[in-house]
Design a protein around this ligand. Structure first.
Ligand SMILES: C[S@@+](CC[C@H](N)C(=O)[O-])C[C@H]1O[C@@H](n2cnc3c(N)ncnc32)[C@H](O)[C@@H]1O
Length: 208
């Protein structure tokens, strides 16, 4: 009961977990460990673990309150026997603290709504470390808002960007083309770009 009380509720996850889950069902491998970077409340993680029972969904987050929430969600959903506990992972602290077991069973990396709420050095770190950890043909899947050719794709994304910058001048909606270039430099080629509800994108990168 006590663990359940630590559950956090991020409203966006209610709206986007269905559409993101559909993309994952098209692209995720059928087995192995999926590493989720910046898992937040853990609401995505437990739903995806339930949706994809043959994989191990490894959540992570640097925020201890978020990791407590993830643990509470795992407990609440009775997934403790199936789903590992979250790890303390901050993308720019490299190498990431992954066990040999996680590294050897890793089949994909998923990152939802991180790169606009962190400095650009975090985007570089995410790609550099993913480029090292993923093996040939394995995927890095990103979800979030992006600019295209330097322009916001909607007024709401423009306003969202303004509010991000007001909170931290190093945050901001990233340019799709610039992120793809960072991927290319790290042997992560763009496989697909999928338009998602509410002016978000899913970008699928594949290790060369
Ligand atoms: C907007 S929330 C998104 C959470 C979740 N993925 C979702 O979509 O609900 C951003 C998350 O990124 C985490 N975060 C912030 N800076 C980070 C960093 N440098 N490395 C990894 N995660 C980070 C935060 O703790 C937070 O949980």
């Amino acid at each position: 009961m006590e663990k359940s009380d630590k559950r956090l509720f991020f409203p966006a996850t209610q709206r986007n977990r269905g559409p993101i889950g559909e993309i994952l069902s098209n692209f995720l491998p059928g087995d192995g460990t999926i590493l989720e970077v910046a898992s937040g409340s853990g609401e995505h993680g437990v739903v995806f673990q339930e949706n994809f029972p043959n994989i191990s969904w490894q959540t992570s987050d640097p925020n201890p309150i978020h990791r407590k929430s993830i643990n509470a969600w795992i407990h609440y959903k009775k997934l403790s026997g199936q789903m590992p506990k979250p790890i303390h992972l901050e993308v720019e602290h490299r190498p990431w603290p992954l066990t040999d077991e996680i590294k050897s069973s890793l089949t994909a990396i998923v990152c939802i709504n991180l790169i606009h709420i962190s400095p650009i050095k975090c985007t570089y770190a995410l790609f550099e470390e993913s480029g090292i950890l993923l093996r040939k043909h394995q995927l890095l899947i990103l979800y979030g808002p992006f600019k295209r050719n330097g322009k916001h794709t909607s007024d709401s994304n423009y306003r969202f960007n303004e509010s991000l910058k007001a909170q931290n001048s190093l945050w901001g909606v990233r340019d799709l083309e610039a992120v793809i270039e960072i991927g290319t430099k790290n042997k992560l080629g763009k496989l697909d770009v999928i338009e998602m509800p509410s002016n978000n994108l899913c970008i699928i990168f594949q290790k060369k």
